[in-house]
Design a protein around this ligand. Structure first.
Ligand code: AMP
Ligand code: MG
Length: 333
């Protein structure tokens, strides 16, 4: 990793970065979806708009982004009893449940990535995933894993597009959108900013970042965290009008007898995936790069990199167990 630790970014709540009387950068950080989120955008005011008016507009846009993230959390969190996702997990094992178009569309994307990855990405990983509690250092024993493994199968989630329903093949099946929902939320927030006329923006939720345009004539610089040194970065990537998501084994984990148990589960084993320590995916669509970073993490270096090299429009940066960086073909040119 030598030579690549060149950039460290610290966010300080609400900041106003004034570059001229009428055009400014606005940024704000807040906690939602169990993680830190951040929004940053440029409001250009070449017209006669008053400074107060442009500041008010910025405040409104920050609230719009925040509310959108909260809305998606309320809809998709497995920790919120009234969420649409929790309702599905309670009921879809016994009957077909009618769901919103929005959630249906996201479940279709999740299923497409499952097919593409031969089940490395699988939202039914949750059938065993809920038995892990990283804060309390709890994990299922081998017997519990053996019993739950047959429940992990994306084909158990049956989606009926004409009726907009979801049904599980067993009442033991559970789903979780932790590997895709933050990317989706980033995508939605960028779309809202864009429709309000913003042309230059960054929205991030944890390790998922989406960009609109550039940063005042220069690329945005997005850091990939060092997987083993807090407050250090492994790399800084210049990007314009793209999305980047990082999945790392340092986000939620505990170590027991020298073994790291973390939040990305290999659906084939029910155990944490340990072939690599960090995966970043770059591409146009924040939802897909989020799901693909989790996917490639499970697949590991050789097969994961192959998957990305075979897809148009996606690139990967993988950090292996020896903390060496690997780049997909498109990033090597
Ligand atoms: P990310 O940080 O985007 O890689 O997402 C990690 C989250 O994805 C975990 O906290 C789980 O909620 C979820 N997850 C873990 N393993 C899988 C898997 N094999 N397929 C789909 N989602 C997963
Ligand atoms: Mg992901």
């Amino acid at each position: 990793m030598k030579g690549l630790v060149i950039f460290k970014r610290i966010y300080w709540g609400l900041l106003l970065l004034s570059t001229s009387a009428n055009a400014q950068w606005y940024q704000h950080s807040f906690e939602v979806m169990g993680t830190m989120s951040h929004v940053e955008f440029w409001l250009d005011n070449s017209e006669v708009e008053k400074e107060q008016a442009i500041n008010d507009k910025a405040d409104t846009l920050i609230q719009v982004v925040k509310q959108e993230m909260i809305r998606i959390d309320q809809q998709m969190s497995p920790y919120i009893e009234q969420s649409e996702l929790s309702k599905i997990n309670r009921e879809a094992g016994v009957k077909a449940v009618k769901i919103s178009q929005e959630l249906f569309d996201l479940l279709i994307i999740a299923q497409n990535i499952s097919t593409l990855s031969d089940g490395a990405f699988d939202i039914t990983y949750a059938s065993i995933g809920y038995q892990y509690n990283y804060r309390e250092q709890k994990r299922p024993n081998q017997q519990a894993i053996i019993e739950a493994l047959p429940l992990i199968d994306y084909a158990s989630v049956q989606l009926e597009s004409s009726k907009l329903t979801v049904r599980y093949t067993s009442d033991q099946v559970k789903i979780d959108l932790g590997g895709i929902a933050k990317g989706y939320a980033v995508k939605r927030c960028l779309a809202l900013l864009k429709s309000a006329g913003v042309q230059n923006a960054l929205v991030s939720a944890g390790g998922d970042t989406g960009l609109l345009g550039d940063r005042y004539g220069r690329p945005w610089l997005v850091a990939i965290k060092h997987p083993r040194a807090e407050n250090k970065n492994a790399a800084v990537i210049p990007l314009t009008n793209e999305a980047i998501s990082t999945s790392g084994d340092y986000e939620r984990y505990f170590v027991e007898d020298g073994v790291r148990y973390h939040h990305i589960i290999n659906p084939k084993t029910g155990d944490s995936a340990r072939k690599v320590v960090s995966v970043s995916i770059i591409g146009d669509d924040p939802t897909y790069v989020d799901a693909l970073s989790t996917t490639v993490f499970v697949k590991g270096l050789t097969v994961g990199m192959q998957l990305i090299n075979n897809l148009d429009n996606f690139e990967a940066i993988i950090i292996d167990n020896k903390q060496r960086l690997h780049f997909s073909n498109g990033l090597q040119q």
